[in-house]
Design a protein. Sequence first.
Length: 489
Amino acid sequence: MLKKITVTAICAFALGATAMAQDAKTVIANAQAALGNVKSITYSGSAHDVAFQQCGANATELVCYGPHNPMRPLTGYVRVIDLAAPTSRHTGTTMNFGPGGSTTITPATFFQQVTAQQADVSQPWAQSLELYITPWGFLKGAAENAATASRKNEGGKSYTMLSWSPKVKAPSGKGYTVNGYVNGDNIVERVETWVGEPIMGDMHIVATYTDWRDFGGGAMAPTHIVQTRGGWPFFEVNVTNARGNPTDAASLAPAPANAPAGPPGGGQPPALTVTTEKLGDGVYRLTTGPGSYDSLVIEFKNYVMMLEAGQSIARGSAYVAETKKLFPTKPIRYVMNTHPHADHTGGLPALVAEGATIIAQANAKEFFERALNTPRTLLDDVLAKNPKRAKVETVDEKRVYTDGTRTVEFYHIYPAPHSNALLIAYIPKEKILFQGDFSVIPGEPANDHVRALVPALEKLKLTDFDRYINVHVSAAPQHKADVWKAMGR
């Protein structure tokens, strides 16, 4: 009797699994039909984008109000998706800030693509996901990768959720997941996935597609597309025209002459060799030479403070190791961040794993607490292996850390075009000014960022400094005289 019940249960399970597979196939087929069963599609309109963790060049807003605010406008936006290749390209006319710290707006061309090689789901997921989070790419991936179907309530609405995984695995060995939310009209309203990112952890990527309409010939397209990453705005499109199966697909959204033909080259980054420069008793500059992001380490009675985390986890870890050699009996209690741009935050996970508290300007607090406390199940980095909750202490306009002997002062520089969370550090005893992106280039006049910094220093009565240290390594030591000369003084 028991054997009979067991066999029955197994059969019932198998039938249930088969039904679910059939349900997924039916949902996919119905959704593809609702979108016009197109083999390719193009749509156009206007858009906004942003460099991740930064702000976009904007002719009317030259001050960064926070992460991804403002975004950068794109006009003449065109995207073409070829499901047979499969490939995706989109382009438009946009604007960039000028070189060398200039805030002058200059015309530029936006172009991004997913090549056929990148679209292979056994290749790195971060390179291919921009195709597969579109409704058409998602359904193609679902049809080819054993999608499953389930019921899901989201935002007060009921959906059929299709889920599938690319063949490639995350660095941790865990599989990636892609979910698509199909409404009662068989329209894909939302696609989500996750990818490992050094600051954002298991970064949640969500693309929403709303206000669908038939632009002719049965080809449906959304008129509004919004993509967020880690909960922050990332890309937005207002669609004004669309065509299914365009005969001129190959000529649409052409790549500019300097666009890369395929995925970037692989290989391991070069080994980092840390060298130190003693700036005073218990004060050292850490560098890895040309192209380095430099840090300062400062000894207090019972702990060490690090200014900046080295741009990447690799350099941050190297700086932690060097700091332990310099001060073997003292913990790294604090790490200061000059501003929350991607190239200035990438090393922070190494310091958080060490137990250091982040010192940041108050406007960056929410970003760091949300980002660095996100689960890291897709990563195998130092913080994933040694999870710790990120702690943030903030600076409003000024904050002083002292133990009665050693003093470090932090100041908020605002308004400044680069970020609303810019901090500089001043070490009174050695008369050192440490800053992130106020670069002075020998023989050239001060750029717009330095021109914003100097009046702020004068207002703060913070002009009694000698050494001027930039996070971006300088070819030779710089001093106040170099800054004043660049300002024409």
